[in-house]
Design a protein around this ligand. Structure first.
Ligand code: ADP
Length: 560
């Protein structure tokens, strides 16, 4: 057969697959036009992989049939819940021409158990949908949300081991009981699978070897249902906002957070951003201040910080529980953190005052003129720029599990497009952003070490360091490092990818392994993980003999 014949055969084969997929899900849910495929392949990374077909199944049976078809015709499929994993890979596979499966039509909230505080959801249930549901039904339960899009999938983020802010912010840690379609089409339930098990969604470990981990950050199955634990609505909630203008205090703050977390004074996942990451939330990237350079000089950044009142480090967290306990914990947090900077506490009452203040200040630019209300609120927030004050109610909501776009809109920082009033989609809107998230042990010296390693690399590749220390557990932080770049600038795009690779390999060499990988890091992952990698590869070979499910996503079949 000559090349043309081979091409015709593969076109014929693809058309046949498309027809069969249409029979399973209905033709309107199989997208094949170049326009649709390109739209679905848009990413915030500096490169993209265009898929060959996009399929939107509506049920477990349909997904199962697609998987069986993939085995029969030997095509690769990549499952996404809602596909908003921006900064890591969006809906891209690692290879061109894969078939993308988006599970957003499977969006049932299957069970709510108020007494035992959990829900069972399908992959298409979004953060907004779940929160709206809890509020509409007046359930005394709070979900934990990420600061990403309200459109993101609850289940998708949990299987990828994402984090939020509340004490329930370790999303995989609070996932209990999965239903999974294996790459060969069988359906299993994790958690012991005992026919009479009443604790599928309450006893995380089941009996025998723990299976759930195999389906998290992996390519061993498509998760079609999962139990998610929720937080009983606390009697009292207080947000705290800490800021320091003194860069040198960081190690002490990290040590303090560890101590307070070990003692359970802090039970949330505090997020502490540096000046540049704060700038991305509050402002547009000031290209005009680069003065011919590829990045903002230290002097320019420091002038900007002073002008916009941006601290070196800004932290938010929440205190949840019985009022008396919350008050004691707030007092302890204040005593500890005020050694290093300013701390502000806001409960519902103060937040409602702040909202009034914000409303008035939006109409009346001169806040000095606002008498009583200004006097009450201003001392609390006088050090902050107005934009940061306006952000507080939205951050307050996120800490109560109410998702919004106040933080994710920072993805448009370097884009020529402004973030829309609602419905941010940085991938479709052509924004450039890569996330890299190495972990460190919760020690001030380690926090300083990682900064000493990564900051010069950012400079070397012509970027400003953007980082956020997130308390994962009492003993670990991850440092979410952002690479913001202009997608329209080919030089910047290229440098962004080189910067990512350099950061990835240098942090790994230091032992700062990532808590979750972006597509750009997958290739190297197993190579650096040889023995465990071989073991996982053996399992993958048995579970997915035709290697149809998300090849090389975390687990690399090529590794012998
Ligand atoms: P979100 O909609 O929250 O952004 P995604 O759908 O993008 O989440 O999922 C994040 C990652 O987790 C994806 O890269 C995908 O590979 C994996 N993933 C998501 N949902 C599932 C699922 N139901 N089964 C298996 N893997 C999944």
């Amino acid at each position: 057969m000559n090349t043309q014949d081979t091409a015709m055969t593969s076109i014929g084969k693809m058309q046949n697959i498309q027809n069969l997929l249409s029979k399973i899900v209905g033709p309107e849910f199989v997208l094949t036009s170049l326009e649709e495929r390109e739209k679905h392949s848009k990413v915030t990374l500096p490169y993209k992989k265009v898929c060959s077909v996009v399929v939107y199944p509506a049920s477990v049976e349909e997904v199962q049939k697609i998987i069986l078809l993939a085995n029969e015709f030997n095509f690769k499929i990549w499952p996404f819940s809602r596909g908003n994993n921006w900064g890591y890979g969006t809906k891209n596979s690692l290879e061109e021409d894969s078939i993308i499966i988006i599970l957003e039509r499977m969006n049932k909230i299957i069970e709510v158990n108020e007494e035992l505080a959990y829900v069972v959801v399908e992959p298409g249930v979004s953060q907004k949908q779940l929160n709206d549901y809890l509020k509409e039904k007046k359930l005394k339960l709070w979900m934990d949300c990420t600061d990403s899009t309200p459109n993101g999938s609850v289940l998708g983020n949990a299987v990828e081991r994402g984090y939020g802010y509340t004490p329930y912010g370790d999303h995989f840690g609070h996932l209990c009981g999965m239903e999974v379609i294996l790459p060969t089409g069988e359906i299993i339930k994790t958690g012991g699978e005992h026919a009479k098990a009443k604790t599928w969604n309450t006893h995380k470990w089941g009996s025998g070897p723990y299976l759930e981990g195999l389906f998290s950050q992996s390519n061993m199955g498509v998760v079609v249902k999962a139990g998610i634990w929720l937080m009983p609505e606390p009697e009292h909630f207080v947000l705290f906002n800490f800021e320091t203008y003194d860069d040198t205090q960081l190690p002490k703050i990290i040590d303090s957070l560890r101590e307070m977390s070990l003692k359970k004074i802090i039970q949330c996942h505090t997020h502490m951003v540096n000046d540049f990451q704060m700038l991305s939330v509050l402002s547009r990237y000031p290209y005009e201040l680069r003065k011919g350079k590829k990045y903002l000089s230290d002097d320019t950044l420091s002038e900007l910080k002073t002008k916009l009142k941006i601290p070196s480090w800004s932290m938010i967290g929440g205190v949840y529980g019985q009022k008396a306990v919350v008050e004691i914990n707030c007092a302890l947090i204040k005593k500890e953190l005020s050694k290093y900077g300013d701390i502000l506490f806001l409960d519902d009452k103060k937040m409602s005052f702040s909202k009034k203040f914000i409303k008035i200040s939006q109409k009346n630019k001169n806040i000095e003129d606002i008498t009583l209300l200004g006097k009450i609120i201003k001392p609390l927030i006088s050090t902050k720029p107005m934009k940061a004050i306006h952000l507080l109610p939205e951050v307050f909501d996120i800490l109560k599990g109410i998702p919004n776009e106040s933080i994710i809109s920072s993805s448009y920082f370097k884009s020529s497009k402004l973030p829309p009033a609602s419905g941010c989609n940085p991938a479709e809107d052509g924004c450039g952003l890569m996330w890299l998230a190495p972990t460190i042990s919760a020690k001030g010296s380690e926090a300083q070490r990682i900064l000493d390693v990564v900051k010069p690399i950012y400079r070397e590749y012509g970027f400003e360091f953007s980082g956020c220390f997130t308390l994962m557990n009492s003993r670990t932080f991850f440092v979410l490092m952002g690479i913001f770049f202009n997608q329209e600038d080919s030089d910047e795009r290229e440098r962004a990818l080189y910067l990512y690779k350099a950061l990835e390999s240098k942090t790994k060499k230091e032992g700062f392994i990532q808590y979750r990988l972006g597509n750009a890091a997958m290739e190297q992952f197993m190579v650096e993980f040889p023995e465990a990698g071989k073991f996982l590869n053996k399992i993958k070979t048995i579970v997915d003999p035709k290697n149809i499910l998300a090849p090389s996503k975390y687990i690399n079949n090529k590794l012998k």
